[in-house]
Design a protein around this ligand. Structure first.
Ligand SMILES: CC(=O)N[C@H]1[C@@H](OP(=O)(O)OP(=O)(O)OC[C@H]2O[C@@H](n3ccc(=O)[nH]c3=O)[C@H](O)[C@@H]2O)O[C@H](CO)[C@@H](O)[C@@H]1O[C@H](C)C(=O)N[C@@H](C)C(=O)N[C@H](CCC(=O)O)C(=O)O
Ligand SMILES: Nc1ncnc2c1ncn2[C@@H]1O[C@H](COP(=O)(O)OP(=O)(O)OP(=O)(O)O)[C@@H](O)[C@H]1O
Length: 496
């Protein structure tokens, strides 16, 4: 059912210039995407001022404008103009109203943190499904409605796209939706006006300082999800100082909190753990009770994600025995410590992992080392036109492996060799690493350098099946390339 302009802004502080009674057909924030009857939101961006596209939007058929200053109207036109203090907040609020506040129609779990968001959302989805829910998922790998996956452009979509997606999930009968909430999204108010049942924090380590500039600002963006703007039950990993600060704030605010982590004071923490080749078996203390879990994910960091997901599931009211049963059958998460199929008898094991932050790279290398008796070889690079300050730290982290192969990872508009030079600044004094800007050749070099029993970690691209070079999206899938190079090195027959 369509809404009028005035209905979308009911209860919001704004000045409506014009009639306000016409129906709004849709919401647009890009002038070139405007359709007839749309409401166009003028947003002051980091690159351009969206107010300068108001005329363009009207010419394309917009019948109402939302702006932070009066931009368009000569007095007697049939275009309604809504003047607000903050166009992004207004857009998110109007979008929630446009779709009848869909997030109130299911239990929404919002997960934020530098690493582990995707994995934790998948874990919560699986547990909720086993508990009998129909689920929606929103995140980096794609959006899922009751098991059907769609590609996504953003980890957390812009508010009109997000609310539309929520509405589709509500209309499809989803009872639990689990979503990744990026720091960009929180800062840009994409989730404003959304009703969360549970918000969860995984960790905070270096990333995205190209956008947030300082660690404090990065943290404050994440912390918004735990502020009065988003009342919810909280799940907080308290292994790091940032998590403990969040806990302090949430406790002070009187929020209901479940703490998780290796920290023995956490309400959910491990007592004993065995990291096996294809699964992890652990005894957890869960709010004072001993709980045995066994799940087919590997790596120490995944235990952190499992504990966070456990906390989210308890916050949703899912019983412990159902959570334990669900964890036992957890499907793999695409591109997260995923083993590449190898020819029979190939003496090396190759893993693909999405580690593209220094902390993730360090933890992925440590996880591989714990799984493998041989040496660990890491192939990695850093993205172009993204946080350059993390490059030398990634280089340093890679030195934990026995051999590092430095290569390209979505160079975008930067020269791959210049990116590699930034990485090498963190590897000064180290010996024996290989530099190979061509990612396929780098993977081949790692396989050629491997000795029987070695494990190779291809870090950075995970589930991605492309390489971003300039404006081009070139087909490139680490999993496929590694499988081909393994066949080239060791023959044709594949293992199961
Ligand atoms: C850094 C960032 O997030 N930027 C977002 C921001 O862009 P901006 O402030 O630069 O916008 P701008 O280009 O100056 O334009 C200002 C306004 O004019 C409008 N415009 C612009 C040109 C035009 O011809 N017509 C028009 O109407 C734009 O739609 C915009 O509303 O606002 C735009 C929409 O208003 C977003 O599309 C854009 O996301 C860009 C595409 C992006 O790449 N974002 C990434 C970094 C992002 O959000 N990533 C996180 C996850 C990160 C992670 O964890 O890895 C995510 O949640 O996806
Ligand atoms: N709890 C964790 N702590 C540190 N590193 C982790 C953790 N969980 C996953 N990782 C590492 O981060 C990589 C990405 O994991 P995941 O996709 O779950 O995180 P994310 O927060 O969604 O990342 P992004 O925001 O970049 O999509 C994994 O491949 C792994 O290397």
């Amino acid at each position: 059912m369509t809404k009028t302009c005035a209905e979308l802004f009911q209860g919001m502080e704004c000045t409506i210039i014009g009639d306000g009674s016409e129906e709004v057909a849709g919401l647009a924030f890009r002038s070139d995407a405007v359709c007839s009857g749309d409401m166009f939101f003028c947003i002051v961006g980091n690159v351009v001022d969206g107010h300068s596209f108001a005329q363009d939007a009207i010419d394309r058929g917009a019948t109402s404008l939302v702006a932070e200053r009066k931009v368009y109207l000569a007095d007697a036109t049939d275009v309604t103009e809504v003047v607000v203090a903050d166009s992004r907040k207004a857009m998110a609020g109007a979008a929630a109203a446009f779709y009848d506040h869909p997030s109130e129609g299911f239990s929404l779990v919002g997960i934020t943190g530098t690493n582990g968001k995707t994995t934790t959302t998948y874990l919560v989805e699986h547990i909720a499904e086993v508990a009998g829910n129909r689920c929606g998922v929103i995140g980096t790998v794609g959006n899922k409605i009751a098991g059907i996956v769609e590609k996504s452009d953003h980890t957390t979509p812009e508010s009109p796209d997000l609310q539309k997606l929520f509405a589709r999930m509500r209309d499809a009968g989803c009872t639990v939706v689990t979503m990744e909430v990026s720091s960009h999204a929180l800062d840009l108010k994409r989730t404003w006006g959304t009703d969360f049942a549970v918000t969860a924090f995984t960790n905070l380590t270096q990333d995205h300082l190209d956008y947030h500039h300082t660690f404090d600002d990065y943290f404050e963006a994440k912390a918004l999800l735990f502020s009065a703007a988003y009342p919810a039950r909280r799940v907080i990993n308290i292994d790091g100082a940032w998590g403990r600060e969040l806990l302090r704030r949430c406790t002070e605010a009187g929020d209901e909190v479940i703490t998780t982590g290796f920290d023995t004071t956490a309400q959910i923490h491990p007592l004993e753990v065995a990291f096996e080749a294809t699964r992890t078996v652990a005894t957890l203390e869960v709010r004072g009770a001993r709980v045995e879990v066994s799940y087919p994910l590997v790596g120490r960091f995944n235990l952190e994600n499992v504990m966070t997901a456990f906390g989210c599931a308890l916050s949703l009211g899912i019983p412990t025995d159902v959570i334990v049963r669900a964890l036992a059958t957890m499907p793999p998460v695409p591109g997260r410590l995923e083993q590449v199929p190898a020819p029979a008898g190939a003496p090396v094991t190759v893993y693909v992992d999405y580690a593209h932050t220094p902390d993730a790279l360090a933890k992925a290398i440590a996880s591989i080392q714990a799984l493998s008796a041989g040496r660990t070889i890491v192939v990695f690079g850093c993205g172009g036109n993204r946080d350059a300050s993390k490059r030398p730290i990634m280089g340093q982290a890679a030195l934990a492996a026995d051999l590092a192969v430095v290569t390209s990872d979505n160079p975008r508009h930067e020269d791959p060799r210049a990116i590699i030079d930034d990485i090498l600044a963190g590897m000064e004094g180290a010996e024996g690493f290989i530099v190979e800007p061509d990612r396929r050749a780098a993977i081949a070099a790692a396989i050629a350098a491997a000795e029987p029993g070695d494990a190779i970690l291809l870090a950075g691209k995970g589930h991605e099946d492309y390489q971003l070079v300039g404006d081009e999206v070139l087909a490139f899938d680490d999993r496929q390339v590694a499988a081909e190079e393994l066949i080239r090195a060791f023959g044709e027959t594949e293992n199961d």
